[in-house]
Design a protein around this ligand. Structure first.
Ligand code: SF4
Length: 193
């Protein structure tokens, strides 16, 4: 029998059981592995933040029941009871744990100066000050009070805002309030629940 390493490891579902290429039933192994991984966890039902399909997820957390323990997300999976996805997740949703725990997450603001080829860390006060200065300067230079037909529009055409898929409802609420108050019309947030 000519069989690749991948096919050897790969299993298929036959009659509800996981079966290897050689016909060995590994269902108990799968069940045991899953039980070990989440046996001590707390389950929290939530919604995948990545797109407006809004799949249901279960977040498994360790350590939040014990004193002196820092809660730690150890596994995220599709919620089998959720009417939208019934336990399934697309690749983005399946990698949700990496959105929660990621040592590549940026923890401070960065700036790439004109002409520079790299990003540099700056402190929050400097970042906020510089952003405020640029917003004021750009808004002053591009604010339109009346359109070509003399109608009052009060819009800022020189600034645009685009959101990201992991922005929360709370952030998006503040973004809309802030941008609308500035007169920004080019405003886009990814659809959220
Ligand atoms: S799992 Fe995929 S399809 Fe479902 S909400 Fe998340 S990104 Fe959208």
């Amino acid at each position: 029998m000519d069989i690749s390493r991948r096919a050897f490891i790969q299993s298929s579902i036959v009659g509800g059981a996981a079966v290897t290429a050689f016909g060995i039933d590994v269902t108990p192994v799968y069940a045991q592995a899953k039980t070990l991984k989440i046996s001590q966890t707390t389950e929290t039902r939530s919604t995948c933040p990545y797109c407006s399909v809004s799949c249901g997820v279960i977040i498994h957390t360790l350590g939040d029941r014990a004193k002196n323990a820092v809660p730690q997300v150890v596994h995220v999976e599709g919620d089998p009871d959720h009417p939208i996805n019934r336990g399934t997740l697309c690749p983005k949703g399946a990698s949700l744990q990496q959105d929660i725990l990621n040592d590549r997450r940026l923890l401070k603001p960065q700036v790439r100066r004109p002409g520079s080829d790299h990003w540099e860390d700056i402190d929050w006060d400097t970042a906020v000050g510089e952003i405020a200065g640029w917003v004021k300067k750009t808004r002053d230079a591009t604010f339109v009070e009346k359109d070509a037909r003399g109608r009052t529009v009060n819009r800022c055409e020189g600034i645009a805002w685009t959101g990201g898929c992991t922005d929360t409802n709370e952030l998006n609420y503040l973004v809309v309030k802030t941008m609308r108050s500035l007169g920004v019309v080019y405003l886009e947030n990814q659809a959220r629940v």
